[in-house]
Design a protein around this ligand. Structure first.
Ligand SMILES: [Zn+2]
Length: 98
């Protein structure tokens, strides 16, 4: 069995094939912000979109990764700064990487 997301307490984590980071979102409704998760680690759906960025300051450009996870795939929006922007790909298996 494969798992595309990993549960870590109240967080759902996945390895992002676009920016290479591990994104984690909170699914505990007592905390904000809170995302919806369908509970399926093989075909996860997470709503709403995941918008992550890193600011480096100086002349280095801010990196942004904005995505929708739907049914085990990840769709990157056009405002991403990596090569997969505007594309939809399968979410990789996270079980192999720790
Ligand atoms: Zn990403």
């Amino acid at each position: 069995m494969s798992a595309r997301v990993r549960l870590n307490g109240d967080m759902v984590e996945f390895k992002c094939p676009g920016c290479g980071w591990v994104h984690s979102v909170n699914i505990d409704r007592e905390s904000k912000p809170c995302w919806g998760f369908n509970g399926d680690v093989e075909k996860p759906t997470i709503t709403p979109s995941i918008n992550a960025w890193r600011e480096y300051g100086g002349s280095r450009e801010t990196e942004r990764c904005h995505s929708f996870v739907t049914d085990g795939t990840i769709r990157f929006l056009g405002d991403c700064t990596h090569d997969l922007k505007g594309k939809t790909v399968d979410l990789p298996d996270i079980a192999e990487s720790t």
